[in-house]
Design a protein around this ligand. Sequence first.
Ligand code: TMP
Ligand code: ASP
Length: 235
Amino acid sequence: MSNNLLYSGKAKDIFATDVEGVILARYKDQATAFNGVKKEQIAGKGVLNNKISAFIFEKLNAAGVATHFIEKISDTDQLNKKVNIIPLEVVLRNYTAGSFSKRFGVEEGIRLDQPIVEFYYKNDDLDDPFINDEHVKFLKIASDEEIAFLKEETRRINELLSDWFRQIGLRLIDFKLEFGFDQDGRIILADEFSPDNCRLWDAEGHHMDKDVFRRGLGELTDVYQIVWEKLQAIK
Ligand code: TMP
Ligand code: ASP
């Protein structure tokens, strides 16, 4: 399989398969933050994120969200539909935190009256800058209709996810999604959903996500394991 490597990312390697339109995503034991400036190998992280993301994507598929997820085939590997990734990080915020709190000088954990959707341009050389709808059009990344769809779909996914996490005592503070065009030119949800790309706070305000690594608050895999165990109780 290793000679079919299509792309090596920070958290996953992507391989071609024998099946047309299907790729294999292999989750890695690597944690990075601040655009790769902080980097560590953390044994067990890949296995945890593969199972957490597979679990969430299965539930999203079942709820009628079009996603790239096909099936989990081993501890670290899953099969996904091949897409052309849209170079946007679509971030939705339910509460203030992270770069939002920094940008506006507000404390973390304030509930927003309405969830806020933001776009970041996926470009490591530029450090994934914050961009608006007009910039998305200037860069010819997406049309007005596609931008509207990305926002609506992200809000719909937020309602599902927020409810699931609420059921297990976790607050979904914010998260990042990526979308892609499938073989038929339809926009579908891609990439992953794991504690690497969302913020989850428990009832006491403990960070149950990659902020434990970004901010040096504890053992990443201990926290991800707790999230995984809690997920089993979702209805
Ligand atoms: P931020 O507050 O740092 O902008 O992050 C917002 C959300 O996006 C948070 O849940 C973490 C996630 N995220 C990623 O998944 N990848 C990234 O590169 C960054 C900066 C944030
Ligand atoms: N994903 C980014 C990185 O790998 C940043 C982050 O998640 O904080 O550096």
